[in-house]
Design a binder for this molecule. Structure first.
Ligand SMILES: Cc1ncc(COP(=O)(O)O)c(C=O)c1O
Length: 411
């Protein structure tokens, strides 16, 4: 089990007061807080060895290059990828998915091909494929969801077919918390000759991830949702695809040789990292990976499972509450979307803020899912390693207060 009190001491921000009350930060699905070691790694780079990487032949540049490339190795280890050259640093999950949509999609998608997504995808895993499908005359198909927010797998044979070229799905829903059974879906898609991208923006920060076991062709995730800084994303890809695909962005660093009218490409992974990368934030991400590795992802998952079970039990007793997503904690991560009868989720968010409880209210970049749930928005609490049962109690008490205020206003 995690020593949560010890962990909390590493996050100065968690000691802050909001609106005169101790902060309860429950918007971790949007971005997590950063431990002191991550912030120090960032400052240390700028203070002690700031230099551009790869091109320098002087000590500072060599040191910065070494530190940057070490994080690639750590990232590979963290997700069980044997070859660090298959790790590409991007700005975020969104850019990682767009990289695949441009580089792979524009080469390999043809008119009539089908791209299979789900109804619970984030806009980042919908819009890049819409752009590609419109350009190429391809067709988008969507796996639906059940009433309790799981993937509806009954008519899968009709959706994943010989026409499917790509299956791109989220490992965990950022709205429903649903943990999707991605492995059998990947196997099914492969059996039809399709490739698979996993949106790991929510999965990688909260669940142990082994890319070789999953056998996904691509995996995208963001550093800022796993204790790291903003501005760093990761694309893992199978070497065969990264070798075969054309580059995404052109410019410095991604080339091997340039003539006035043409160029050849650098080796992996640099072929996909054009221009000066986000050196400082990648290096600080390394400190976040060390921090999570020290805790262990099994322990992260166990802590969140316990907290989520407790929160589901406590929240479900609030009059007028509706909780979205799977009932069983085994099927879901630490994300709980809910609404209160007769109260707009934005009002819930604002009233909780007055209690020092930070949650998110809105469509969570999942407008098609909101439509499927027949709501315009939900309130969403999401947990991470530093959250406690006491904080869940503060959340529940604040939600009860909202319910009391509004039911009194109505009656
Ligand atoms: C499931 C999922 N996919 C993709 C994203 C996009 O991540 P980013 O904004 O870091 O690109 C998010 C962010 O909330 C997400 O939850």
């Amino acid at each position: 089990m995690l020593d949560v009190q010890a962990i909390r001491k590493d996050f100065d921000i968690l000691g802050r007061e909001m609106r005169g009350k101790p902060l309860v930060y429950l918007d971790n699905a949007a971005t997590t807080q950063k431990p002191r070691v991550v912030i120090e790694a960032l400052v240390e780079y700028y203070r002690n060895y700031n230099a551009n990487i790869h091109r320098g032949i002087y000590y500072l540049s060599e040191l910065a290059t070494e530190k940057y490339e070490q994080v690639r190795e750590k990232t590979a280890r963290f997700i069980g990828a044997p070859d660090p050259a298959t790790i590409i640093f991007t700005r975020n999950t969104t850019e990682a998915i767009n990289l695949v949509a441009y580089a792979w999609g524009r080469q390999y998608i043809e008119p009539g091909d089908e791209i299979v997504l789900t109804e619970m995808e984030h806009h980042s895993n919908l819009v890049p494929w819409q752009l590609l499908a419109q350009e190429k005359g391809a067709r988008l198909r969507h796996i639906g969801i059940t009433e309790d927010g799981r993937l509806a797998l009954d008519d899968l044979d009709e959706i994943i077919t010989e026409r499917t070229k790509l299956l791109s799905i989220t490992r965990m829903s950022n709205v429903l918390g649903t943990i999707n059974p991605v492995k059998p879906l990947i196997d099914r898609a492969h059996a039809k000759g399709a490739i698979c991208l996993i949106d790991g923006a929510q999965g990688v920060p909260h669940l142990p991830t082994e890319v070789l076991e999953l056998d996904c062709d691509f995996l995208a995730f963001s550093a800022h949702k796993m204790l790291g800084p903003t501005g760093v994303g990761v694309l893992y890809g199978k070497r065969e695809w990264l070798e075969r695909m054309p580059p995404f962005l052109g410019g410095g660093d991604m080339i091997s040789r340039v003539w006035l009218d043409r160029a050849t490409w650098n080796k992996l992974p640099w072929k996909y990292e054009a221009g000066t990368p986000n050196i400082a934030d990648v290096i600080a991400f390394g400190a976040a990976l060390d921090y999570l590795e020290q805790i262990g992802m099994e322990a992260v998952r166990a802590h969140e499972r316990e907290l989520t079970a407790y929160a589901l039990e406590q929240l479900s007793r609030v009059p007028g509450i509706r909780i979205f997503g799977p009932r069983h904690v085994e099927d879901r991560g630490g994300v709980i979307s809910f609404d209160l009868e007769g109260v707009h989720p934005h009002d819930i968010g604002q009233l909780l803020d007055a209690e020092g409880v930070a949650i998110r209210a809105g469509h969570h970049c999942c407008q098609p899912l909101m439509e499927r749930l027949d709501v315009s928005a939900t309130a969403r609490a999401s947990f991470y390693i530093y959250n406690t049962e006491e904080e869940v109690d503060r959340l529940v008490e604040a939600v009860r207060k909202v319910e009391r205020v509004f039911s009194r206003a109505v009656n």
